[in-house]
Write a protein that binds this ligand. Structure first.
Ligand code: FA5
Length: 345
């Protein structure tokens, strides 16, 4: 093999090709042809083993020199085409390990939903889902709030621009998961242990309100259910989700669909009950609860003399924000899609 002649030819051919190159893509093709894994220069190195032992050192050196020279002329050409100065030690062989693709993770709200489901499961609650676009009937009338009742204003509802139904009224973006209560009762399977988790919509936005958020709603209907069961389930959830050291309290309240009604508060996880810009006075409202109103049982086709029940409906985001250690003091961060924030969880 007349290697010196061959090597000289290879270099001349490369220079000739480089002269004709006019785009970065052409240059890339040449780089692959000469420097790629199966490229001309790699193949030359494998030829070293084919010559007699005493010639190998000499041939190896010549090929190495050719490789250096080829890299130099290629880098020069690249600098001319791209206008970017040739960089020494350019990794023409692509020998550096590649960058790892970034892998995402489950959004914190989905993580919270999974955790909530896992806590309620051992108590016999089954997760269900009801429509995110709902009839006014299930969102209000069936829950003891007739058409003209002022309590409806509290839900600051989004109405859908569609023809109303004679029986069910207008279509709305589900304003609360309580709309699933009567739907669940109408399935006719008693006793009930429902966990309805769904996206809800309201015309609100500030530090603790967003227009689209999640609620989780528990509903239990059985014989001889009392407030003691309600308190027991809420305490069980609070100690499992927030930890034994956190405090909850029930405040008397008024909802049209429960009697008696309560609001459930937890001591603020940011200021630990001292008062801060999020909670104002040390307690943060997680949601409502109460004993199911007989009129609601009636709308669900259940005899309120035989059966009683309790229900509770809390915001997933607010509940998550109150978890020890999260230190999220504005609900809007959860929906900002800022990776610097999301990657912390
Ligand atoms: C209700 O929605 C009742 N359906 C709760 C209920 C269920 C009471 C069953 C009795 C029995 P309220 O409007 O207070 O109640 O909302 C409950 C919780 O949802 C709030 O405490 C809060 O945690 C969350 N929430 C309400 N609106 C928003 C909002 N705009 N952004 C984020 N979270 C919200």
């Amino acid at each position: 093999m007349n290697d010196s002649l061959n090597l000289e030819n290879i270099k001349k051919e490369l220079e000739e090709k480089l002269r004709k190159v006019s785009s970065e893509q052409d240059l890339l093709n040449i780089q692959i042809e000469y420097f790629g894994k199966k490229g001309i220069l790699r193949q030359l190195f494998s030829k070293v083993l084919e010559v007699p032992v005493e010639q190998r050192k000499d041939l190896g050196e010549k090929i190495n020199n050719l490789k250096k020279e080829a890299e130099r002329v290629t880098s020069e050409r690249r600098a001319k085409i791209t206008g970017v100065e040739a960089v020494e030690n350019t990794d023409l062989y692509d020998s550096l390990p590649g960058r790892k693709p970034e892998i995402g993770h489950i959004h914190i709200i989905s993580q919270a939903i999974n955790e909530i489901v896992d806590i309620f499961k051992p108590l016999g609650f089954t997760r269900v889902r009801y429509p995110e676009v709902e009839w006014e009937y299930y969102a209000f009338e069936a829950l003891n709030m007739p058409l003209t009742h002022p309590a409806r204003d509290e839900w600051e509802t989004f109405f859908i621009n569609a023809a109303p139904d004679k029986k069910y009224g207008r279509m709305v973006v589900t304003p609360h998961t309580s709309s699933g209560q009567v739907r669940e009762m109408l399935k006719g399977n008693l006793p009930i242990r429902m966990l309805n988790i769904s996206r809800c919509g309201r015309r609100q936005i500030d530090i603790s309100h967003v227009p689209s958020f999640y609620q989780f709603e528990g509903l239990v209907v059985d014989k001889e259910i009392s407030t003691t069961h309600l308190k027991g389930v809420l305490d069980y959830f609070a100690s499992n989700f927030f930890g034994e050291d956190r405090k909850t309290r029930l405040r008397p309240y008024h909802f049209r669909f429960t009697e008696p009604s309560f609001e459930v508060d937890i001591d603020c996880g940011i200021c630990h009950g001292k008062g801060c810009k999020l909670c104002k006075e040390g307690w943060l409202e997680l949601g409502g609860a109460g004993m199911v109103h007989p009129n609601v049982l009636k709308a669900g086709g259940i005899d309120s003399k035989e059966y009683t029940g309790f229900a509770f409906g809390w915001g997933v985001e607010r509940t998550y924000m109150m978890k020890s250690g999260t230190k999220i003091d504005d609900i809007r961060y959860l929906f900002g899609n800022d990776l610097r924030f999301l990657e912390q969880f």
